[in-house]
Design a protein around this ligand. Structure first.
Ligand code: AMP
Length: 490
């Protein structure tokens, strides 16, 4: 059922997680994996390694390259197991104490955890834990896991982790490290991605090889690992010297993988649920062309995220694909700019019009999404200034009408253009001759699924439909079940 968001809080924690078990130079391999996952978070990064007797940690603000290029930093992270994290969160202070992986010393030994996603009941859990005397070091909701594990009455680390998982509500992927095992977890609906890979089985040094956990398969390619499988929704994988042990602590529930991973968030060379993201984006573009054809001279992507969809659109419509906008790669994503004014400038810094392609032409511009509308407005203005005769905007997602509470950065509902305006009004705002978004059914069809409501929806598409599959912050906060579970476990 569609519900509206009860509170316009910002809950976002776009992240990438990575871990390796029994691999030479584990920290260096982890730094490479994190580098491949840089698009999932650019604000801070960290690695915790384990050398068989001690844990070592390095965490810092900024990019992976800024923190882990120095050989001395890597040398100070010895061991054959390591986990790492990239984070982008704009709520809370950008301070080192919020940077993951989080690490704690327990009576059973050290424990480190890296988390992608959001816990929607973290407020109530945090309140209850603080009342019980837990001292929080950070404002990150991931620390809730650490305290729940610390106070659990179970004896093994894995049982304590499962005890903690049963108390949290949210969308998350976790990679955790103890003295005995590396663990990977996906939330019961599998909203956030996590994959398992094998590394080093054919290395000249021989040996049985090690294991990798990562948010996306693009992180396997860079470290020369092979894809084994997706970690399943609601699955806990425990990796130790005996191999991979799978536990399913939650009852069966239908998968609701985040459809925005296909549209924008994942890297195009990653494979998700067996589908190459690049192919998915091209199919979405083709479906968009079938749904909203318009006569034009060129199809122009808004780079980089609009490129595969524009290729699909151009192939289907038989209108030439041209690079009418050139991207400057030395500027970060415009989204990370803090104010509207700077964001406006940011768009100019990042994109410029390729006049020779645009002058006198009827242009179809293809982008993946309109959030606040800042990017589209500036791009359209730029394309018109370069002499385009007509500008038709085509968007490879349905209108973003709702905020994400499950780990993708979206502004408050009030700032979402599509939450306030009709498609016609949006077209007027961004000054285009026509504007069309892919339909929600078209999106499902492009991903090889039946129409959205023909079966129970396969994806989490709350940002487009308002159908939130996991209790939202207020609901989760008030959940008696959560409070009683917490009480029961003590
Ligand atoms: P806006 O300018 O606010 O309409 O933002 C739309 C642009 O931001 C699009 O070109 C997208 O490629 C990009 N975008 C959409 N969602 C996100 C996100 N969660 N994080 C960063 N960039 C995004």
């Amino acid at each position: 059922m569609a519900v509206t968001s009860p509170r316009d809080d910002k809950f976002h924690d776009e992240c990438g997680v990575f871990g390796v078990w029994k691999v030479p130079d584990a920290a260096a391999v982890t730094a490479l994996g994190l580098h491949a996952l840089q698009h999932r978070g650019q604000e801070s990064t960290g690695i915790v390694s384990f050398d068989g007797s001690h844990f070592h940690s390095h965490r810092g603000l900024g990019l992976v390259g800024d923190n882990f290029s120095d050989a001395r930093v890597i040398a100070a992270l010895p061991g054959t197991t390591a986990i790492g994290h990239n984070r982008y969160a704009t709520t809370g202070a950008t301070v080192l104490r919020n940077v993951q992986p989080l690490y704690a010393d327990f009576e059973f030994g050290g424990f480190a955890v890296a988390h992608n996603g959001n816990l929607t009941n973290s407020h109530v859990l945090r309140r209850t834990l603080v009342r019980r005397g837990c001292l929080f070091q950070s404002t990150s909701d991931s620390e809730v896991f650490v305290h729940l594990i610390a106070i659990s009455l179970y004896s093994t680390v894995v049982d304590r982790l499962i005890d903690a998982l049963k108390q949290v509500v949210g969308a998350y992927s976790l990679v955790a490290l103890s003295t005995e095992a590396m663990m990977g977890v996906r939330d019961p609906l599998g909203v956030r991605p996590l994959i398992l890979g094998r590394i080093g089985t054919d290395s000249p040094a021989g040996g049985t090889g090690g294991w990798v956990l990562a948010s996306e398969t693009c992180a396997l390619d860079i470290v020369g690992a092979d894809f084994v499988r997706d970690v399943e929704p609601g699955e806990v994988v425990v990796i130790n010297d005996q191999g991979v042990h799978s536990i399913k602590p939650f009852g069966r529930s239908r998968e609701r993988f985040c459809v925005f991973e296909y549209i924008y968030f994942a890297r195009p060379d990653s494979i998700m649920e067996g589908t190459p993201v690049y192919d998915a984006r091209k199919s979405i573009g083709a479906e968009l062309a079938r749904e909203s054809a318009v006569p034009a001279d060129v199809v122009v992507p808004v780079p980089d995220s609009g490129v595969p969809a524009a290729m699909g659109y151009a192939a289907e419509s038989r209108i030439p694909f041209e690079l009418g906008i050139i991207r400057n790669h030395y500027v970060g994503r415009t989204f990370i700019e803090p104010t509207d004014h700077i964001r406006h400038l940011g768009v100019k810094l990042k994109h410029s019009a390729n006049r020779s392609v645009l002058a006198g032409k009827r242009v179809i511009l293809v982008d993946d999404s309109i959030v606040r509308g800042t990017t589209s407005r500036k791009i359209v203005e730029m394309v018109r200034q370069a002499g385009a005769r007509e500008v038709h905007m085509r968007i490879s997602s349905p209108p973003t009408t709702h905020s994400c509470f499950y780990g993708i950065d979206t502004p408050e509902r009030g700032e979402l253009l599509a939450a306030r305006l009709s498609v016609e009004e949006m077209a007027e705002q961004i000054c285009v001759d026509s504007l069309a978004f892919i339909s929600i059914d078209g999106l499902y069809r492009a991903l090889g699924k039946p129409d959205r409501d023909a079966a129970r929806p396969h994806y989490c598409d709350a940002c487009f439909t308002g159908d939130y599959p996991i209790a939202l912050p207020d609901k989760a906060d008030n959940s008696e079940r959560q409070l009683s579970l917490l009480a029961e476990s003590h």
